[in-house]
Design a binder for this molecule. Structure first.
Ligand SMILES: Nc1ncnc2c1ncn2[C@@H]1O[C@H](COP(=O)(O)OP(=O)(O)O)[C@@H](O)[C@H]1O
Ligand SMILES: [Mg+2]
Length: 254
C-alpha cells in the first residue's frame, strides 16, 4: 500500500540537518502502524514526504503501486487518497462540526462548494456516517470551538474519513490529550484500520501507547529506522536505541 524505498531528507542543502536517513518501510493495506520516536527523530518529516509537503532528497515513495511525485496531477490524486490528522486538530473554529467534516469532501469537487455552503445530499450522508463512526453525530450542528480537545480530534478524524482516503496519516494525534481521552482516540484510529481497511500511520512519542495499540512499530532514532516489528518485541535495549540522543545534538531540543 505504502512503500518507502531508501528515503532520505536533508534540510538546508548538503551540509544541513539530516532528518531521514535511508528509510525503507512497506505498509500493507489496512495496517495500523505506529512510528515511534522522540522529538526530532524525523516522524513528521516522514509523513510530509508521503504527502509531498516535503520533497525527499533521495529515494522513492509508492502509494498503491504508483510513485508519488511532485507533478501536479499525480500529486492531487495522491493527496485525495491521504487523510491527515494533526496534534492540534486544525478545525475551523467558527464553523459547525458538520461543515468541518464536509470540508473533507472538497477533494471531490472542482469548485469550492463551501464558498456557497452548498454540498449535495451525498456529501452530507457521507459526513454524517463519518461522524457516527466516532460517535460525534449528536454534535453535528455545534460550533467546533465549543468542543473539548478529544471531541475536536474525533471530528478531525471524521473529516479525514469524509475524504474517503486509502491512507490516514496521524501526526502525534494524542500529544495534546489526557491519557484517558488519548486512548479513546487511538481506539478509533485502530478501529478505522481494522474495520474499514484504511491504512493508518500514527506518529507517537510515548512507548506505552505504542505497546498498547500498535500491531507493528517502526522505531525512528535521529532519522534512522532502528526497529521494525511487533510491539511485543520492544525490549529495553531497543527502546534505548530509539530514545538515544547524540550528546553533540543534546542542546537542539525539538
Ligand atoms: N522545515 C525544516 N527545516 C529545517 N529543519 C527541519 C525542518 N523540519 C524539521 N527539521 C529538523 O529535522 C529533524 C526532524 O524533525 P521532525 O521530522 O519534525 O521530527 P519529529 O516529528 O520526530 O519531532 C529535526 O532535527 C528538526 O529540527
Ligand atoms: Mg513531529
Amino acid at each position: 500500500m505504502i512503500t518507502l524505498e531508501n528515503v532520505s531528507k536533508t534540510y538546508g542543502g548538503t551540509s544541513g540537518i539530516v532528518a531521514l536517513r535511508d528509510v525503507s518501510i512497506h505498509v500493507k493495506e489496512g495496517e495500523f502502524l505506529v512510528i515511534l520516536g522522540p522529538s526530532g527523530a524525523g516522524k513528521s518529516t516522514l509523513m510530509r514526504c508521503i504527502n509531498r509537503l516535503v520533497e525527499p532528497t533521495s529515494g522513492r515513495i509508492l502509494l498503491d503501486g504508483r510513485e508519488v511525485t511532485s507533478r501536479r496531477r499525480q500529486l492531487r490524486a495522491a493527496r485525495r487518497d491521504i487523510g491527515m490528522v494533526f496534534q492540534q486538530f486544525n478545525l475551523v473554529k467558527r464553523l459547525s462540526v458538520l461543515m468541518n467534516v464536509l470540508s473533507g469532501r472538497l477533494a471531490y469537487h472542482t469548485f469550492w462548494p463551501s464558498l456557497l455552503y452548498k454540498f449535495d445530499q451525498d456529501d452530507k450522508r457521507v459526513a454524517i456516517e463519518c461522524l457516527t463512526r466516532v460517535n460525534m453525530e449528536h454534535k453535528a450542528f455545534q460550533r467546533a470551538d465549543t468542543l473539548s480537545g478529544g471531541e475536536q480530534q474525533r471530528v478531525a478524524i471524521a473529516r479525514a474519513l469524509a475524504q474517503e482516503p486509502k491512507v490516514i496519516l496521524a501526526d502525534e494525534p494524542v500529544a495534546s490529550l489526557d491519557p484517558k481521552i488519548a486512548r479513546q482516540v487511538l481506539t478509533y484510529l485502530k478501529q478505522i484500520a481494522g474495520e474499514l481497511g484504511i491504512t493508518v500511520l500514527c506518529n507517537l512519542h510515548q512507548v506505552e501507547y505504542a505497546r498498547e495499540y500498535a500491531e507493528r512499530v517502526v522505531g525512528l532514532s535521529q532519522g534512522t529506522v532502528v526497529f521494525d516489528g511487533p510491539s511485543g518485541k520492544l525490549t529495553d535495549d531497543i527502546l534505548q536505541q530509539i530514545y538515544y540522543r547524540d550528546p553533540e545534538a543534546a542542546d537542539d531540543d525539538g
